[in-house]
Design a protein around this ligand. Structure first.
Ligand SMILES: [Zn+2]
Length: 112
């Protein structure tokens, strides 16, 4: 029962790259980001867009933090170990969610 570190690390690095790209793209489009406005957008669309964008940005940032924390745990040799209870995380779970920091049990406890 060994964890396929190489494969998971690649998956994490690809996800990290993808998230950074998306965040950069989001910032490039944000009026407050670089300091110019997209004059094509009317005000109503713009307001809605900013709310959606803020929510999306937050989601991407949280995900990126999780991915980077997982990569850090790989460096430290604690990857695949639940950060709450210290027990190994199920490999099937890691394959599905390579950035998982908690085992299923702790995850469900936290979500409750
Ligand atoms: Zn746990």
């Amino acid at each position: 029962m060994t964890i396929p570190f190489d494969r998971l690390r690649r998956a994490l690095e690809e996800e990290q790259f993808r998230l950074r790209e998306e965040l950069a793209r989001l910032d490039a489009r944000a009026p407050e980001g670089i300091g110019y406005h997209d004059h094509m957008a009317d005000d109503a669309t713009d307001v809605m867009d900013q709310t959606t964008r803020a929510a999306l940005r937050r989601h991407l940032e949280i995900r990126l933090q999780e991915v980077e924390a997982a990569l850090r745990r790989m460096e430290e040799g604690t990857y695949g170990i639940c950060v709450m209870c210290g027990r190994p995380i199920d490999i099937a779970r890691l394959k599905a969610i390579p950035f998982a920091a908690l085992c299923l049990e702790c995850q469900s406890k936290r979500e409750r």
